[in-house]
Design a protein around this ligand. Structure first.
Ligand SMILES: *[C@@H]1O[C@H](CO)[C@@H](O)[C@H](O)[C@H]1NC(C)=O
Ligand SMILES: *[C@@H]1O[C@H](CO)[C@@H](O)[C@H](O)[C@H]1NC(C)=O
Ligand SMILES: *[C@@H]1O[C@H](CO)[C@@H](O)[C@H](O)[C@H]1NC(C)=O
Ligand SMILES: *[C@@H]1O[C@H](CO)[C@@H](O)[C@H](O)[C@H]1NC(C)=O
Length: 420
């Protein structure tokens, strides 16, 4: 079994203890929690808004004319719906070599390709489609780092595929592990990925329960991060796995460990502390690169297992997106999302002292609506290695995760608009 397979297997292992988790969360959250009451607009006014002149209609925001302008800043990109897009997709398994095998749903014969024919439409503006030439102009002379797990890699590979119409990067990785470095020489643009599924220092990630040192930096990325203009940080499904929690070098608790005498805590305990420490690492390590480094928190992307957990026959066979009134964010996904918004707010306040800029990249509500976007059983050949379960965590390429780069393009334009 190669590394990728191991990783896919590890990641898809996450929901193993779903009943336990469900029980824990049932006690702490309302059963019905429509996510619009959770609008990040209310919690985190990231941009100046002028409520007297609400932006509405097609002239607002994300179109080319609104580059970074006041109007663009008024539109909440992340409240909206998926609308039909007959033009999609914008690359295929034939035109992009960078698709990770297990996300190459076309190759493995996914029969319904309708899931490729949607684009995200914010309620109050248009979100421009990714334009590789324009993007490469925006990022000329810049460097971008992804920090996270295999879903972060999924995002990065989508970006490389969307850019492939114009250029492929050279792989200039210094190691052979999951940490990669790419450079677009002609465009003077670099992309790196730092594989850090828990964002903080860990013991070896081979035998569960893993040791998490929740108040210590993961130096593999915190020592490097000040070299980057833009950082996209994320974390998710690994936090459901059995782990020991350490604070101040003392074991303070665990998630699903065998020892009854250890305090048993929830995934939210480690999730919150991991983000707090990671953001502290960025603020302290100087992501505030002179000229202004910007960190984007790409929020939790929910999985969509139905009819069972990852290892009990669960799958995700829907063929079209949900309307937003057809589902609600609840359970662990809601808890994680809430923690992320709170910790982002804390980092933003701290950043006012350090010069670190922290922005919301709110994938949660957008992806909640895409139960049709995962490989499910089309991440491998039928009957292939039995350890490969249905994957309802990662996203097909091409697929709805491509929209994250539409968001990225718009978010970078807003940053550059801010700077003028
Ligand atoms: C791409 O997908 C098609 C089906 O849409 C398949 O026939 C073909 O073999 C795939 N090509 C590669 C290179 O994976
Ligand atoms: C990109 O990486 C190369 C090689 O490490 C380096 O020489 C160059 O300065 C980097 N460019 C940017 C814009 O960070
Ligand atoms: C998906 O899971 C459901 C519920 O377990 C099952 O009825 C269905 O046959 C599965 N579909 C596929 C294509 O495996
Ligand atoms: C959701 O909203 C759409 C459009 O407003 C409507 O047609 C549909 O019936 C609604 N569905 C549910 C489950 O309420």
């Amino acid at each position: 079994m190669n590394k990728l397979q191991q990783q896919t297997r590890r990641i898809s292992k996450a929901p193993k203890l779903a009943p336990l988790i469900a029980l824990t969360f049932l006690l702490t959250i309302p059963l019905y929690y429509p996510f619009h009451t959770h609008s990040p607009k209310n919690l985190l006014p990231l941009h100046n808004t002028n409520d007297n002149s609400p932006c509405s209609g097609d002239g607002c925001g994300g179109d080319a004319a609104g580059v970074g302008g006041v109007e663009a800043e008024q539109c909440d990109l992340f409240s909206g719906e998926w609308v039909p897009d007959p033009e999609g997709p914008y690359y295929t398994n034939e035109s992009c070599y960078a698709i990770q095998e297990h996300q190459d749903c076309m190759k493995f014969g996914r029969p319904d390709l309708g899931f490729l024919k949607w684009r995200w439409k914010p309620d109050e503006c248009q979100l421009a489609l990714f334009d590789p030439r324009r993007f490469l102009e925006l990022v000329r002379g810049k460097s971008l780092a992804f920090v996270g797990d295999s879903v972060a890699r999924n995002h990065m590979q989508s970006l490389i595929c969307l850019l492939a119409k114009v250029a492929y990067p050279s792989d200039v990785s210094e190691t052979t592990d999951e940490n990669k470095r790419y450079t677009y020489t002609e465009h003077n643009f670099n992309i790196s990925i730092f594989w850090s599924p828990y964002l903080v220092k860990t013991g070896k990630l081979d035998n569960e329960p893993f040791d998490l040192y929740l108040d210590e930096f993961d130096p593999s990325w915190t020592t490097q991060i000040s070299h980057y203009d833009y950082v996209i940080i994320s974390a998710g499904h690994w936090f459901f796995r059995p782990t020991y929690f350490h604070l101040e070098n003392r074991r303070v608790g665990c998630l699903y460990c065998p020892e009854p005498e250890i305090t048993h805590l929830t995934p939210v305990f480690s999730y919150r502390r991991a983000f707090r420490t990671a953001f502290r690492g960025i603020n302290g390590g100087g992501a505030a690169r002179s000229g202004g480094g910007v960190t984007f928190l790409r929020t939790f992307a929910p999985s969509h297992f139905e009819g069972g957990g990852w290892n009990s026959g669960g799958n995700c066979t829907r063929t079209r997106p949900f309307r937003r009134n057809e589902t609600v964010l609840e359970g662990p996904g809601l808890e994680f999302y809430t923690v992320q918004l709170e910790e982002l707010g804390i980092a933003q306040s701290a950043g006012r002292g350090t010069g670190g800029k922290f922005r919301l990249f709110d994938a949660t509500k957008v992806m909640l609506l895409r139960p049709d976007g995962h490989p499910s059983r089309y991440g491998h050949w039928p009957g292939a290695n039995r350890v490969l379960y249905n994957d309802c965590v990662h996203w097909c390429l091409p697929g709805p995760i491509d929209s994250w780069n539409d968001f990225l393009q718009e978010l970078l334009m807003r940053e550059l608009g801010d700077a003028t």
